[in-house]
Design a protein around this ligand. Sequence first.
Ligand code: GAL
Length: 667
Amino acid sequence: MNRYLSFLCLVAAGAFAANAETISIAELGFGDMMQGYGQPQRDHSVDKAKLSVGGEQFEHGLGTHAESSMQIDLHGTADRFTAKVGVDGEVHERGSVEFIMVADGKEVWRSGVMKGKQPAKAVDVSLKDVKQLDLEVTDAGDGIDFDHADWCDAKIEFHAQKPSTTPGAVQKEEYIRLTPPTPREPRINGAQITGVRPGHPFLFKIAASGEKPIQFAASGLPDGLHLDENSGIISGTVSARGEHVASLRAKNSLGTARGELKIVVGDKIALTPPMGWNSWNCFAAAVTADRVKSAADAMVKSGLIDHGWQYINIDDFWECHRDSKDPTLQGPHRDADGKILTNPRFKDMKGLVDYIHGLGLKAGLYSSPGPWTCGGCVASFDHEELDAAQYAEWGFDYLKYDWCSYNPSLESKRTRPVDFSPMKKFESAGKPKGLLDQIRPYVVMRSALNHQNRDILFSFCQYGMGNVWEWGEEAGGNCWRTTGDITDTWGSMAGIGFGQNGHEKFAGPGHWNDPDMLVVGKVGWGNLHPTKLTPSEQYTHISLWCLLSSALLIGCDMTQLDDFTLGLLENDEVIAVNQDPLGRPAGRISQNGSVEVWARDLADGSKAVGLFNRGRKASEVKVSWTELGLTGKHSVRDLWRQRDIGDSSDGYAAEVARHGVVLIRVK
Ligand code: GAL
């Protein structure tokens, strides 16, 4: 190059450098940035510490948590993105994430899986002509636990318009209710089979939608049961074992609906997954008797009771607290005989339960096998018999039993004999001591519940430890949590939901997997906000939980249900998948990149199929009849829209929204 030319180049470079500016992505504002846990932090990690990756410290950058997504408008005037990325040192060797950059819909850089303690990886990507940049962090496919992800020294060079953050997917997606309005003509919905033990109180409200008043009739009820024709509540006790198929009728001024209910008087309850509401995801430590009563009222007023929703469950914080300063949580823990006492918020537990039953609903309660619950309230250790007796005396129908503060080496002074026969089976099957220690507290409480004169559905809440699905039924569980606590983010919900594959083998009538409660509507663990899941993500959530035969427990404030949320919860064809009497949950039948298909058999010989798209962009998802084990021509029905799509002799394909689903029934 001659001297003159080099001079010109220097001038040009100087002119360009003079115009170029640099901005840190953490200065752009986080607007609608989505992340799986906590809040995005400027110049700090998600836990608000100094940014540090693989021992290297950084002054500037963005601390986030998988799964996260930040969308930046570059206006086509950016030049370059540079950063060093990795898992923040605050989680030590834990956590595993993947950083991905997407420019105008095309992936332009991917870090590969990065784990805790690994050195930071440098990124240097040209942004020439790019209009939109997406910075994503995934959980690398193994759930979001400890996924503290740092975009360190992350900068954009630009030469004209300053980059800005665009509103995220939450704002962009419309809230479209797919469920058709509930018809004014009567319809009988909900479970078609229910179990009760001989001699135990029976309570079942016929779920019937349509204009009120509705008059009910039933024939073929076993001796001992009585139907209230105005409320549709069937109650009483049956002493003899046996199966009875009752014919049901619901009639209003516009017509008559007919249905059947199979009543199985035997050893099993929970013949379909429990459906109801639980106080935790909305109120957490702020639950009160009034709030529970309002939830029960709202279950009726909203009409959800007419679609099969049944339980009103009180989670932690009905008991007195170990050391809270809040006077409404203080008081004597137990009476002189050791009977558990409620905190001052629940002055009349029996009255509350009677009220719930009077509406045709069932009531649930929470405790833990240790001395203290997870929230630090009084729990059941060494008082299992007394507690079970008290729950029965109050009239509870459901017990969620946690794990917190349980320690196998605590010495118990139990007087009443516990039925340890299930433990013996586990011992002779050669289960290791550590696992036996995890199983024992559930066998102890099961035995205490068995001594009561009523059916109490037993729900284990030990987050899936020791592969609970493999022994939960034998230990006497009617359902068991398979995971840690859910939150209302895509990372949490999808990580849990799609992580259930393989568990389907262990669930069936009487014993169900529970991937935790629903996070639609207004949730917030004491600090209510609309769920952060996008509309498509909410359809995915409900569709997946129904396909999985999961326990369905609404987690939102029942008094603030909007029409979109109601649409998610009152679609009888979708609920019918969850409540199908065959009770055979779905598993994954195919996966291709970020699209997957889950399917299950239904009692009438048809199949329920979920076509899911976990990807960032809309995508086609296909299922062939061969994959479903079918040949010949079959009809396809869209369950959310309750609309027939047509017949096909080879399969079905649909365009599925980002993080969305198409749920079909193939007949
Ligand atoms: C957790 C449980 C939550 C809630 C909470 C109450 O362990 O997973 O669902 O019950 O305890 O403290």
